[in-house]
Design a protein around this ligand. Structure first.
Ligand code: FES
Length: 343
């Protein structure tokens, strides 16, 4: 190929940029993406002011600055990174009042099958110190939508609650849960909130709920994977001019995964990663202490040095420079042959 063909002319570059823009606007669904601004720094020491039972296995924690000073501002949809005393890092949506600059409120459901992070949060008591980072907003609230439909399931109410209050009469909330006893913040919802516990309604048709959104509405969904997957399947068929904004609490499902082999260089352990599991899950079989947080490729907690092998990068965080020699094990995989990791 001649040098003339290697270098794009300005008009070709402009065409390429225009095509990229077209693809972004037209072929990518209007689904909000995590926006991990201020990934580094922006940390502070906070203190637990209050712990309150909000529902079965759910407590809220109110956090303050040590000398009760002002805390950084936040908007609905923001979350905090919380550094637990054990060294674990977890992310929790802010669910208090953004106008209160002296307090943050987060809520945590205790997970019986978790790795102990939620249990550790439940053990915190008023006066305990807690290192936090943020707020960051990965689930931005569009303030000027003509109308809103909020769909929250269980603990998914936490990022949605401040949005519901911000949207006021332009918003409608549908709140799903197993039973009222398991659903936090029922007493803080607007009177017209549509509360649908499974043990009273016998289950919910997500498509039917989405069909109630007005044309052009901003639809915000937060809950477990089946709810999010159903929303993503039906939204644009039902409301092509609307926008869908989702926040997922669980790990992303593996899509188009192929088996591959990993070697952990420090111990020599060889691990086979199945086509439906993440490298992180496979690593945690032999290294249960391997750290992680979001499991969705945007927080960077699981960033690991790659000593050899080609990586199929599936994260939304690393720069091109960081991708040379690193991977996020919660989402990225081998591009072909085996990988050797600095673990
Ligand atoms: Fe957050 Fe992997 S755990 S990027």
């Amino acid at each position: 190929m001649s040098a003339r063909h290697d270098v794009a002319t300005p008009s070709l570059r402009a065409l390429g940029i225009a095509m990229d823009l077209y693809k972004k606007v037209v072929t990518t669904p209007a689904v909000s993406r995590p926006n991990p601004v201020r990934f580094h720094g922006f940390e502070l020491n906070a203190m637990v002011e209050a712990v309150r039972a909000e529902a079965a296995d759910v407590v809220s924690l109110t956090l303050i600055a040590p000398r009760r000073g002002s805390l950084p501002a936040w908007r609905p949809g923001s979350h905090l990174d919380v550094f637990l005393p054990s060294g674990r890092r977890r992310q929790y949506s802010l669910c208090g009042d953004p106008r209160d600059r002296r307090r943050y409120r987060i809520a945590v459901r205790r997970l019986a099958d978790g790795d102990g992070g939620s249990r550790e949060m439940h053990e915190l008591r008023p006066g305990d110190p807690l290192r936090i980072r943020g707020p960051r907003n990965a689930f931005a609230f569009i303030a000027n939508a003509p109308s809103y439909l909020f769909l929250a399931a269980g603990i998914g109410i936490t990022p949605i609650l401040p949005m519901v209050h911000a949207a006021g009469s332009r918003g409608r909330l549908v709140y799903l849960g197993r039973s009222r006893a398991t659903m936090p913040f029922l007493s803080e919802l607007p009177p017209d909130a549509d509360i649908r516990p499974d043990d009273e309604t016998g289950g919910t048709d997500i498509a039917a709920i989405l069909a109630e959104a007005k044309p052009g509405a901003a639809v915000y969904v937060c809950g477990p994977s089946p709810v999010l997957d159903a929303a993503q399947r039906h939204m644009f068929r039902l409301n092509p001019t609307g926008s869908l904004h989702t926040e997922r609490f669980s790990a992303l499902p593996v899509v188009d995964g192929r088996e591959f082999d990993l070697t952990l260089a420090r111990t020599g352990a060889n691990i086979r990663v199945g086509d439906r599991e993440t490298a992180l899950d496979a690593i945690r079989r032999v290294r249960p202490d391997a750290v992680y947080s979001c499991r969705q490729g945007f927080c960077g907690t699981c960033k690991t040095r790659v000593l050899s092998g080609d990586v199929d990068h599936r994260d939304r965080l690393l720069t091109a420079g960081e991708r040379t020699g690193h991977m996020l094990t919660c989402v990225s995989r081998a591009a072909g042959g085996p990988l050797v990791l600095d673990l």
